[in-house]
Design a protein around this ligand. Structure first.
Ligand code: FES
Length: 110
């Protein structure tokens, strides 16, 4: 279901509190929805290095680490924090309406 530029993605209570994401498919791309504290972030899950699935990566302190070669991305901005010149991930704006989490259909890039 869509609402203008947003699509219903998941329920807020359905996002794991251990840092792992809920994964949804959006326009053919895998998007991970992460909870960090009270904030929710949605990022595309294909690593910019060689395309590994970041939803299988480890999340610590707002950073997701690629399971293949260890590139690290900031969940809030999609920025690659290691290596420094790594390409950023695209991210989606998030809206929460009661229990429902919506994400923007079109991604942005930092
Ligand atoms: S595929 Fe992610 S770091 Fe290489």
């Amino acid at each position: 279901m869509t609402d203008g530029n947003y699509i219903k993605a998941c329920l807020r209570d359905g996002i794991p509190t251990d840092g792992s994401p809920v994964v949804v498919s959006l326009l053919g791309k895998k998007v991970g929805i992460f909870l960090r504290g009270e904030e929710i972030y949605a990022l595309q899950m294909s690593c910019k290095h060689q395309g590994a699935d970041l939803s299988k990566g480890r999340v610590t302190q707002g950073i997701v680490t690629c399971p293949r070669h260890g590139w690290r991305y900031d969940l809030q901005t999609g920025e690659c924090v290691e290596p420094e010149n790594g390409a950023p991930l695209r991210f989606h704006e998030v809206k929460v309406d009661g229990p429902q989490v919506w994400v923007s259909i079109h991604p942005r890039q930092a």
